[in-house]
Design a protein around this ligand. Sequence first.
Ligand code: ASP
Length: 316
Amino acid sequence: MRHLLSTLDLDADAATELLDTAAKLKATLLGREVRKLPTLRGRTVVTMFYESSTRTRVSFEVAGKWMSADVINVSAGGSSVGKGESLRDTALTLAAAGADCVVVRHPASGAAQRLAHWLSDNGTAVVNAGDGMHEHPTQALLDAATLRERLGELAGRRVGIVGDVLHSRVARSNVHLLRTLGAEVVLVAPPTLLPAGVDDWNVPVSYELDPELPALDAVMMLRVQAERMHGGFFPSAREYSIAYGLNEARLRMLPEHAVVLHPGPMLRGMEIASAVADSPRAAITQQVSNGVHVRMAVLYHLLAAGAEETRTKETV
Ligand code: ASP
């Protein structure tokens, strides 16, 4: 693996290998007082976030640090981006300064692919940490890791992805990955929050949540992404919540074993009720901790696997 830009880049074997590595790393670190492996000693990871983030940015930083990489955070506000430097020049500067891996979040769909193209001669790996409305591959991997822990293998499981599919890179990455891993996906959203070419995704689509719930093994609630909306996509927050919000009555319509996921940040009372978010059926904090192990696995496969075969057998 040279870069991680899209879940479409992963076949079932590659995705399973990443998830297995994440699970091994998690088991290795469990209960340790000092969570530090030497795996990426001497490697430099730069996170470059042009959009706000809490979970993704922190977990990439923790992941790198737990594997002894030097992690440097660059934000658009505090860098020369604020002086008008282009994404390309910023990226080439970071590579010239010694970055082995650039983790990028950007509001433009396709930004991570462009970066990987520009850095192709430098040997710098690129990880897409969310590009516009396009993809967020490590989110889908951490969701799959969480579902594997809660449900076992994903083949044959049915996952509902509910809400603002149109603006959601989480939905796109999950549709690809879940299907690659053999799960069935159903999208549930009002017609205004579905992308124009959704028929080409070849997944069932429903405009109504209630009839779908009893057949689901997992339900993934999406945030309503107001920052990407220009215009009215639904009549009011209250009406959206009544039609598509996961409340306690709807939680009871799910099978007993079904898991509730949310990528965060949550809008409590909008797409998810507080009582549901805080119930044991929800795996939201488990998703966040799995995010660290999945990102460790991604950095390991990009920066260490193969080159350090002998050493990693001892440390992973
Ligand atoms: N944190 C996720 C993302 O960056 C989901 C969201 O923002 O709603 O795409």
